[in-house]
Design a protein around this ligand. Structure first.
Ligand code: LA6
Ligand code: MN
Ligand code: MN
Ligand code: MN
Ligand code: MN
Length: 591
């Protein structure tokens, strides 16, 4: 089979890989596949020595949490006494919220509820309170305004789609239009200003000024080591990832632990947060068990051993995107989707030869069994797993809502595979795209459009014509979310990808194009992320055919990407920070 290939082979670089190729499980269905795929006409003339026919390897480690480990998950928090207690606490917190007569203390309470991950239980009360505060404009009228309360009000109101003007911060500037340097004495206020500044939209210079001002001062305080340990840990954490860029649920565990040692937080809040965390975690267990049974049945892990086996990592993305407990079924479905994307991405980026991936793309574009027939066996498996999943998804939506989405799903997958194939072609021909050329393809190849399409069909009821049309046209909400996901992924994964061999990613494109250093390129990419965030933050103030929940999910996808890649590749390559996060989010209840 090998020698019949028309294309000269490069010397084998990865012995382990070469061996895997001769593994009977990976052997191609029949020699016909090879002849067919090798005779495929390529559109470009490839110099032979650039064409890489050896297979790469991601050198991915096996999963830390195998089938047995997941199936053994168990929690006492499914018992009724816990849910009853939680309901009692919810009643008490509602009273606290509504009976509080000081608007500022109400805001602090809301802020705490959000940070502790339980604000979803009080949506109605929170909306009511924020709308009133907005109408009464107390945050900018009162005579004894301070930076802390102004910035807190600004952030919470904007988060809720109420566009407070950036001018509220003019009060804190001197005659030269600079923020008063002595604001730095008040660390809590400064931190709040910092967090608020991330709600900026394009062109809001005052907020950009606030961001730079507060970042520098906070960094300096941290370097000087003048804050107590608790405050330092909050500041350090915020500087790495501001609240507005942070997913609520996966983050709440850290904050619950941090708050537990604080005397100024109402114990009712802490009790509710802990209980809610544990109750919701128990339902995560059941969902994860179901996904892991499905994964095992597909046998993809054995049939495609080169691909990432990452059930739990894929699952927690969806805890970030769809954190509300009632979204169990959507979470299960989108996790399956994430798993399939991860595997098929590895087919294109790691294992597949150019000829094979071209054929795979052709199969996905045509959805034609005759093309399927020509695929190597491992791709047929992959295709069939995908086909089953798409049908399951479409059947669900048809059954629930009478809407047939199969064409949409196939189209979204076709767009993805076209982008995957383009990147594969660039890799195999050694093409170095410009940043613009790269982004044009890469915002699709990160699969956000596909993820958000599934989220949309799973959580929207009824599915409106106008919204479905905006989805098909890849509304800006989707593009911006995709940009953040792509760029955060590139920051976290491209160093591994370059070692293994892959298309230049955002960092490398910028380096190639501008002759920049890695550090400069990474700074530039971070700046691009900030720009995408400005656009994302502006979406909440616009008329939109999409639900608030969907718009939030799209932003949460970007947030979760920043969380996942905060300490390098937390998705494919294991890192201790991510292992710790997963372990506390899924495996350990709070005592
Ligand atoms: C990240 O891997 C990955 F698997 C994705 C497909 C990103 C979106 C997230 C999901 C579905 P990688 P690439 C988990 O860094 O090849 O290999 O686009 O993605 O850079
Ligand atoms: Mn290798
Ligand atoms: Mn890829
Ligand atoms: Mn990849
Ligand atoms: Mn990547």
């Amino acid at each position: 089979i090998m020698t019949s290939m028309a294309i000269p082979m490069k010397p084998v670089k990865h012995v382990h890989n070469f061996a895997a190729r001769r593994d009977p499980k990976l052997r191609l269905a029949s020699p016909t596949c090879w002849r067919q795929s090798c005779s495929l006409k390529l559109t470009t003339d490839y110099p032979c020595d650039q064409l890489q026919s050896t297979r790469r390897s991601g050198n991915y480690k096996p999963t830390l949490w195998d089938f047995e480990r997941i199936q053994s998950l168990n929690s006492v928090y499914t018992e009724e006494k816990y849910t009853t207690r939680a309901s009692e606490l919810v009643v008490q917190v509602k009273k606290l919220l509504l009976l509080e007569s000081n608007w500022f203390l109400q805001l602090e309470l809301i802020d705490d509820l959000q940070k502790l991950g339980v604000s979803y239980r009080f949506n109605h009360e929170i909306n009511q309170i924020l709308n009133r505060i907005y109408l009464e404009q107390k945050y900018c009228n009162n005579s004894e305004r301070d930076l802390y309360s102004t910035a807190l009000a600004f952030r919470l109101l904007r988060q809720h789609g109420l566009k407070v003007s950036q001018d509220v911060f003019d009060f804190f500037k001197n005659d030269e239009g600079e923020f008063e340097p002595n604001l730095g004495d008040n660390t809590k206020g400064l931190l709040q200003l910092y967090e608020a500044s991330f709600l900026l939209t394009e062109g809001e210079m005052s907020l950009e000024q606030a961001r730079v001002f507060s970042t520098n001062l906070l960094q300096k305080k941290l370097d000087d080591g003048i804050m107590d340990e608790y405050l330092s840990s909050l500041v350090r954490r915020s500087l790495e990832l501001p609240l507005h860029w942070s997913v609520q649920r996966p983050n709440s565990r850290w904050l619950i632990d941090a708050y537990t040692n604080r005397s100024d937080v109402n114990p009712i809040l802490i009790e509710l947060a802990k209980l809610d965390f544990n109750i919701v975690q128990a339902s995560y267990h059941e969902e994860l068990k179901e996904v892991s049974r499905w994964w095992k049945e597909t046998e993809l892990a054995e049939k495609l051993p080169f691909a990432r086996d990452r059930v739990v990592e894929n699952y927690i993305w969806n805890v970030g995107l769809l954190f509300q407990p009632q979204y169990g079924y959507p979470r299960i479905m989108t996790t399956k989707l994430f798993i399939l994307i991860t595997v098929i991405d590895d087919v294109f980026d790691v294992y597949g030869t150019l000829e094979e991936t071209e054929l795979f793309k052709k199969a996905i574009l045509s959805w034609d069994v005759e093309v399927l027939d020509q695929l190597p066996n491992y791709m047929q498996i992959c295709y069939m797993a995908l086909d089953s999943f798409i049908n399951e998804m479409a059947y669900h939506v048809l059954k629930e809502q009478g809407v047939l989405i199969i064409q949409d799903l196939r189209k979204f997958w076709a767009d993805l595979c076209v982008a995957y194939a383009k990147e594969a072609e660039w890799y195999h021909t050694g093409h170095k795209p410009t940043m613009e050329e790269y982004i044009d393809v890469a915002w699709i190849s990160i699969s956000a459009h596909l993820i958000l399409a599934h989220v949309f069909f799973l959580i929207t009821n009824p599915i409106g014509k106008e919204a479905a049309e905006s989805l098909r046209n890849y509304d800006d909400i989707i593009r911006n979310s995709a940009m953040i996901l792509r760029l955060a992924d590139d920051l976290g994964t491209s160093s591994y990808e370059m070692q293994r061999g892959d298309v230049p990613k955002a960092v490398e494109c910028y380096m190639n194009e501008m002759g920049a250093s890695v550090e400069e390129a990474r700074e530039h990419v971070k700046c691009m992320i900030r720009e995408a965030w400005m656009k994302t933050s502006a979406e909440r103030f616009k008329e939109s055919p999409f639900s608030k929940d969907f718009i939030r999910s799209a932003a949460d996808l970007g947030r979760h990407a920043q969380y996942m890649y905060q300490h390098g590749d937390g998705h494919g390559i294991r890192n201790p920070q991510m292992e710790e996060r997963i372990s506390t989010l899924i495996f350990q209840p709070i005592d």
